[in-house]
Design a binder for this molecule. Structure first.
Ligand SMILES: CCC/C=C/C(=O)SCCNC(=O)CCNC(=O)[C@H](O)C(C)(C)COP(=O)([O-])OP(=O)([O-])OC[C@H]1O[C@@H](n2cnc3c(N)ncnc32)[C@H](O)[C@@H]1OP(=O)([O-])[O-]
Length: 709
């Protein structure tokens, strides 16, 4: 660089070494009389991803961020941030401490600390509101959303956006402002522009944040810190920011959210027992895909594929279904394009009644009705129609992927891709590795999931895989609690207080009670041998709750029929109201079976539902159906509405204490000896015997590591 400028590259994160580097370099530049202005830029075209999250778990070392940023802002030479690719968290806070900001047109900016259970505590909660005003700052800080350079320009967060080289543009700007007064550029000097109805703005935000993440502390603390920027001078606002950060920093929620950040990335690093791994298996390129079945799942999957730039051939069996599928998919694509201000890529999807049209696709995702015989006939046909190296994927929520593979001419090219409804919205993808799925097939499915914007988790091939295998037991506990004296709304309230987006009975109503009914019929739990008037409460050697079956027999199928565990205004109605008819139905049921209702506490609801999930998670690890506890947790966080600030069922068990979980399960099992799933798993006992080692060491305690992945 020229004599007038001193440019210092940052690495992706503001680690102790980087903070030291910046502090020293900026001090040198300020002292050096030849330097007239400073440009801060990142290494390898990335400005900064924020503080180093890994350092949060260690003792603080290196220069702290707040004084470093303060020294930059207080400097007597203009400092310009050249934002390429990203300025996130502490990275954006650093940029806000600079006197000017230039961003590349493709850069993303944001303060995502809230997603890590924290707040922007390097002055971000105080400087941003002074720059953008309260509503915009509240939005960015409480949601943590990333914004484009263009939006940042509109909000005044950056001074210039360039399509060219951001560092060169920053140098140009820096040279042009040498000698101009810097005081007006120091955000900490600014007064915060206040909205007319300050109280109203904060009240509304608090309602929103509480609705978005029930029980999460960080968004509320973020709003409080921004309020300090509205009401206090900068230095006192900064103190308030620090105090709020101190409470968050050591909280279990922050630990859980930071765990989720790394667990999500760890889930992408899959490995198979044959030594194939994410970093030694090459995925195939996917340019074209087939989707079979345009029901709810198929439509969502087709939309995801098209949005990811993959050409789709969508197949249905009858004109009527094809027409309604076509209308629905086009509508979804058009609405999405409108929202993003682009043209809908309708040309990328063709609709057909002929399987023959699949002959040239790279991969097919079958999404027909959950019926083994039907799926087998589709797979046999795909074997005949598709080119020999096309991958065949099934969107099943629990059927045996290997059994399906066995009817094809290419078992190594068959894999499960379990999407969650609505498939174009939900982030989870379970990739079911059959015993014969090849490494290349697994790598392709995992990579495709990532390309579709999903969190892909590799799981083994067992009934229900990971998510639904655990869900079944969670649901069972909820039903047993009803028998014993609870009401659906009481169970739901306890679970929602715990943090679940929706209680289990509301979820069941939403999904439709007939789905489980069909599965239970197929599993032989309901059938001609069962007396419909007085169904037994024990089947297949264990306690069974016939309540949901009785509801289905009454035509109470959930939201879609206007009645389920709750009452709705009409069929398809959204608002769930407690139904007095359910209360009398439960009373009659208990009377008929001689069950005396007891008072059930919130603690019991949460412990039985949540610990049984973790207990089954331990069994899944023992069976080798998931490679690590992080994978199980990510399935629950991204697919089942588990509150992210509680990390996932396995993390939660570790946080509560494995010994406590064991003791509570033993207690509940003693009370309910006919519920085998309350019996603590072998792995849980073994871990407690080994003094509850940290999660990374759990693998060592699985006696025979017998991965089924
Ligand atoms: C007073 C304090 C106030 C300030 C607080 C903060 O700033 S809080 C922070 C606020 N900032 C944020 O919340 C931003 C968090 N980061 C992100 O959102 C994304 O990582 C990204 C957009 C920076 C890059 O996305 P991408 O898809 O290109 O890549 P990728 O996601 O796969 O990551 C690549 C590798 O880098 C790793 N790593 C990344 N960031 C951090 C970090 N901050 N720390 C440590 N490590 C980090 C990541 O684990 C992965 O490691 P692996 O698995 O290879 O060993």
């Amino acid at each position: 660089c020229s004599d007038e400028l001193f440019i210092r590259p940052l690495s992706l994160v503001l680690s102790a070494a980087v903070r030291k580097g910046i502090t020293e370099a900026v001090a040198r530049a300020f002292k050096d009389t030849r330097v007239k202005a400073v440009v801060l830029c990142g290494e390898n075209g990335k400005f900064c991803g924020g503080a180093d999250i890994r350092e949060f778990a260690k003792a603080m070392s290196g220069p702290p961020l707040v004084p470093m940023i303060h020294a930059i802002e207080a400097g007597e030479k203009p400092v310009v941030a050249a934002i390429e690719e990203m300025a996130l968290g502490g990275g954006l806070e650093l940029a806000l401490g600079c006197h000017y900001r230039v961003a590349h047109a493709k850069a993303r900016l944001g303060l995502p600390e809230v997603t890590l259970g924290l707040l922007p505590a390097a002055g971000g909660t105080q400087r941003l509101p002074r720059l953008t005003g309260i509503p915009a700052a509240l939005d960015l800080i409480t949601t943590g959303r990333h914004i484009s350079a263009q939006e940042a320009l509109k909000l005044g967060i950056v001074d210039r956006v360039t399509e060219g080289n951001a560092v060169e543009a920053a140098v140009e700007l820096a040279l042009s402002v040498v000698g101009r007064p810097l005081a007006p550029r120091r955000l900490s000097n600014h007064a915060t522009p206040l909205p007319a109805d300050l109280d109203g703005v904060f009240e509304e935000v608090l309602v929103q944040v509480k609705r978005r993440a029930r029980g999460a502390m960080a968004p509320v603390a973020c709003a409080k810190a921004v309020r300090a920027a509205a009401e206090l001078p900068y230095s006192r606002g900064l103190e308030c920011e620090r105090e709020l950060m101190n409470t968050l920093f050591t909280s279990g929620q922050a630990r859980a959210l930071q765990y989720c950040f790394f667990a999500q990335r760890a889930a992408g690093k899959w490995s198979l027992p044959n030594g194939a791994r994410w970093d030694n298996s090459r995925p195939r390129a996917v340019h074209t895909a087939g989707v079979i079945g345009l029901g709810t799942m198929g439509r969502g999957i087709a939309v995801c594929l098209v949005k990811a730039g993959i050409s789709v051939v969508a197949v249905e069996t009858e004109e009527k279904q094809l027409d309604s599928g076509r209308r629905a998919v086009r509508g979804m694509l058009e609405r999405d394009a409108k929202r993003r201000g682009v043209t809908a890529p309708l040309h990328m999807i063709t609709f057909t009644l002929s399987m023959q049209q699949l002959r040239d696709v790279d991969l097919v995702i079958e999404a027909v009705f959950e019926d083994m015989a039907l799926k087998k006939s589709v797979f046999a046909e795909l074997s005949r129609v598709c080119r020999p190296n096309a991958l065949l994927c099934t969107n099943t929520s629990g059927l045996d992927v290997d059994e399906l593979a066995s009817v094809t001419d290419r078992p190594p090219l068959v894999v499960g891709m379990h999407f969650f409804a609505p498939a174009h919205v939900m982030k989870l993808l379970e990739v079911i590795c059959g015993p014969r799925s090849s490494p290349e097939t697994v790598a392709t499915a995992m990579t495709l999931g990532k390309r579709l914007g999903k969190v892909s988790v590799a799981v083994g091939n067992c009934p229900g895989f990971v998510g639904n295998r655990m869900l079944k037991l969670y649901l069972d506990q909820a039903h047993f609690l009803l028998e014993e004296g609870a009401s659906p709304e009481q169970v739901d309230q306890a679970l929602e207080e715990f943090g679940f987006a929706l209680g289990i009975f509301k979820v069941a109503d939403l999904s439709g009670l007939d789905i489980g009914w069909r599965v239970r019929k197929a599993a032989g739990l309901i059938g001609p041998d069962v007396d419909p008037k007085f169904p037994s409460r024990h089947r297949q050697g264990r306690r069974y709750c016939p309540l949901p079956d009785l509801l289905c027999e009454q035509g109470r199928l959930g939201q879609k029929s206007g009645r389920g565990w709750y009452l709705y205004d009409s069929a398809g109605g959204k608002e769930a109201r407690p139904d007095p008819a359910i209360s009398s139905f439960l009373q009659e049921y208990r009377l008929r079976y001689g069950i005396s209702a007891r008072r059930i506490t919130e603690q019991e609801v949460v412990e039985r539902c949540v610990f049984v999930l973790a207990n089954e998670g331990f069994r899944i690890l023992e069976d080798g159906m998931a490679a690590a506890p992080e994978d199980i947790d990510m399935v629950y966080v991204f697919g089942y509405g588990w509150p992210r600030h509680r990390g996932g069922p396995m993390f939660h068990a570790a946080q509560v204490g494995l010994a406590t979980v064991l003791q509570r399960l033993e207690f509940y099992h003693r009370q309910n000896p006919d519920i085998p799933h309350l019996q603590p798993s072998t792995l849980l006992r073994r871990l407690v015997g080994a003094r509850s080692p940290p999660m990374q060491q759990w693998k060592q305690h699985i006696r025979s590591i017998n991965s089924q992945l």
